[in-house]
Design a protein around this ligand. Sequence first.
Ligand SMILES: Cc1cc2nc3c(=O)[nH]c(=O)nc-3n(C[C@H](O)[C@H](O)[C@H](O)COP(=O)(O)OP(=O)(O)OC[C@H]3O[C@@H](n4cnc5c(N)ncnc54)[C@H](O)[C@@H]3O)c2cc1C
Length: 509
Amino acid sequence: MRTVPEPASNRIERAEPFGYPPRAVFTQQATDMPSANFFAALRAITGTERCITDPGLLLAYECDAITHLRTTPVAAVLPETRDEVVRIVQLCAQHGVPLTGRGAGTCLSGGAIASPGGILVAFPRMNRILQVDAANRIAVVQPGVINARLSQVLRPLGLAYMPDPSSQTACTLGGNVGENSGGPHCIKHGSTAASVLALEMVLADGSVAHIGHARGRTGGPDLRGLVVGSEGTLGLVTAITLRLERIPSTELTLLASYRDMRAACAAVSSIIAAGILPSALEALDDRTIAALEASGRESGYPRDAAAVLLIEFDGEAAAVRAEADATIALLHKADAIAVDEATDAAQRARLWRGRKGAFGAMGRLAPDLYVMDTVVPRSKLPEVLPRIGQICDELHLRLANVFHAGEGNLHPNISYDGRNPEEVQRVILAGKRIVELCLAAGGALSGEHGIGTEKLDYMPLMFDEASMAAMHTVREVFDAQKLFNPGKVLPTPRICAESAPPRHRGPHA
Ligand SMILES: Cc1cc2nc3c(=O)[nH]c(=O)nc-3n(C[C@H](O)[C@H](O)[C@H](O)COP(=O)(O)OP(=O)(O)OC[C@H]3O[C@@H](n4cnc5c(N)ncnc54)[C@H](O)[C@@H]3O)c2cc1C
């Protein structure tokens, strides 16, 4: 790494959190156990091996990556073809059984767990890359393709699929569509929605819709934009047409270290205010760096820094150099202890291994990890981050921050022990206070992990009645029976008396 020197300062304001909202009600649709006929018909579609009903095996499907929300599905089916998906949807409609699509189950908002009385339709067997059209820079994939696998296949062709969630070695492109997933490089290249051209989707009546077009804009309403990020509430996606990009000719990576997170955040604000658009602008705090160290990962982050910024530029060499130089000056002006530049591919890869392995490293600190996802205006980062620290201190919780700083997309990570119900309650309370704080600062509920069941209660804090009613109406147009992932994303007060929330995790079995 090559070091570049200089100094300066910054200022801080404080945000006061507002009071608690009235608790909205979880809205899982109450549904009786399906009949024996239903299970027999389900097995007839997929065969016994791909229709899991054994309670022991179903434990693997009772939560996603947010472990304090759990619902055991009545079955998990693993279709291999679109026609099987069609028949499963038709069967569920006939019997009134809710169904939830599932990719790799890495969702961090409880969106990939079954609704009570419902089945999971899991897509690991629909994992083929159907077409790569290098000339037109398009790929067509089945929903179960792992994000990183597509990139591996594209690399020898000089092409890339840009959205890169940190979970990319596990998560599927179907799940990315469900959540409109982001990633470190989405600040410049856009989240999943920017790369999805078209979708094949099985609708509530079993018909197959083709939404969007491989050539881009089609005229007419943009249903593609509606479906991406709808968290499996409008239908099941069975094929995805993706926009590809050329691998950039030059990539340049900087690592800036700071004595405190406020200074690092002030640097982020100044970079954005200067109109510079890096391809990644990530922040990690000292607790994250310590967790990486403890996990034995060779990340190359300085042990004595309270915060680091990982910044990358891509494009043509001259433009990349000019943007990097302007950024280096701003980093120093914001009082960086050091600014280092990765001088070879191995150093760059090591820095990214650290960033992308951060959640995994934190997973070693305690039995459970609550990875939160909220957004604040980038200019508010220096005042919001310390308040989040205070909230966790007040509740005696262990916090570490690693986040998409350039997008104001925060990931407060709380390590806890799910075997302790009282600690779980403190974690949930901290989550609530953090959401309130971020909304009060002019932020949003989620930057990339979605609403799922985790943030259902908070939707009325963000959206007024008319906006929520519009969302309900859209959902009903697609799914009048409300069988696709009910009880997720939108609270439905009309049926709350019948509702059954996912159970909060109690002691380990
Ligand atoms: C360690 C870690 C790091 C992460 N980093 C990031 C990150 O950087 N950026 C980010 O955005 N997220 C991140 N996530 C969250 C998660 O990986 C993403 O939300 C991802 O897109 C989920 O993909 P999945 O295949 O696991 O989908 P699942 O979790 O199985 O499902 C996600 C949603 O999509 C729906 N769905 C799945 N398949 C279909 C289908 N075929 N049709 C219709 N709906 C479907 C599900 O019903 C659910 O609502 C991270 C998670 C972990 C555990």
